[in-house]
Design a binder for this molecule. Sequence first.
Ligand code: SAH
Length: 468
Amino acid sequence: MLLKISTTYSPATDLGYLLHKHPARIQSFELAFGQAHVFYPDARPEKCTAALLLDVDPVALVRRPHGRFAENFALAQYVSDRPYVASSFLSVAIARVFSSALSGKCKERPQLVDTPIPLKAELSILPCRGGEKLLRQLFEPLGYTVTAEQQVLNPHFPDWGQSRYFSVALENTCRLSDLLTHLYILMPVLDDEKHYWVGEAEIEKLLKRGEDWLADHPEQEAIARRYLKHQRHLTHEALAQLREEDAQENDEATQAEKETEVEGQIGLNNIRLTTVTETLKQAGAKRVLDLGCGEGKLLRQLLAEKQFEEIVGMDVSHRALKIAQERLHYDRLPEKQKKRIRLFQGSLGYRDKRLTGYDAAAVVEVIEHLELPRLAAFERILFEFAGPKTVVLTTPNIEYNVQFENLKAGNFRHKDHRFEWTRDEFQSWAAGITKRFGYTVVFHPIGPEAENVGSPTQMAIFTRKIDK
Ligand code: SAH
């Protein structure tokens, strides 16, 4: 199986830097299922071509202890097309051999990484279940010019007709990391097959690699369905997260500013974060979660406090997490600090093992972004399954909204808020939680208090009654 990547960017041999593979050398890599070789059939300043030759070992495939081909159909030992076609094996090889390029990292040419350059990918044999039509539907919306030549099933017997195999060229002016990412995801989608077990982790992979383009792709449903091997619950979850994120991203950029504008006059955000940090300190927490951490303002405060030995930020939005990482200057943090903090993508709509075992969780201005019918799931995920000793949770107090001069009567503070609660509503919701999950609760106002309407933010501090 051969993948060729060419550029006419000048000097074209810079492709060697972007791929982290020297054009003059042949390099080989051992993979679980065979070998990958990288070499350059052409390396001139005007045009440079890198080739990734994947030599899948059919015997190793059959011998793999959990090799599904071996288990599922013995005939596959004799007639498997796997060694010869572009498939999830090639995706794995790309991730392994070109990992820095796939992630868009290049120390020698940092600017070039982000520069769209003319690129062409050629795949000798690409299986396309769904034919040329699907091939075009997948790549053309991403800006590719697609050339495809369908292979006959057997050249000796033309009557047998066409096969599902195509020789394909894809041309685009884009970043190399985009090209590799699109291939990485879309090859197994076209093949509609994966050589390994597909579970929850694949959702994360799909959303991470699809971050910049999947939410806008007209075929996102087919992509998710096929990538996740038609497992309905996984597909459903992936699409839900994608939509959630998409809605937020469209909104958040403009709306976050608006909310800051509304609340900004009274410097509420800072007061809120300082209060939450103090509360977590008072609770004696050492290992803390910031759920719906957004762009990481609270994380920054927590990092400045030595008491917190382990700090984890989770958010559904990849974009927010990326900004958080930049704001924390994560890459430049000393090793000791880096070890204290971790960010990951996840949704409060789904039970998540990664959230168990912490002393405390902060959920600051997040619940009002959840759909009311999904609040019950959130409650179990946090209070029953994750079960931290302390939960510090804040949400707007709607009664206070009349005090904001620049907020139209009846409007929420943020377009993405699904609800805002009065003090009574919040307190009776919290009381329900204490009963169902064995916590106690106390309430604190945050921000300047006004007569009759209270403070702009309301905070609940939940404490688990019994040690887990
Ligand atoms: N806690 C931060 C951000 C609040 S904005 C702060 O106080 O500044 C709300 C955040 O919740 C956003 O970053 C949004 O992406 C996140 N969010 C919304 N729904 C979520 C969900 N289901 N799971 C996890 N995070 C979610």
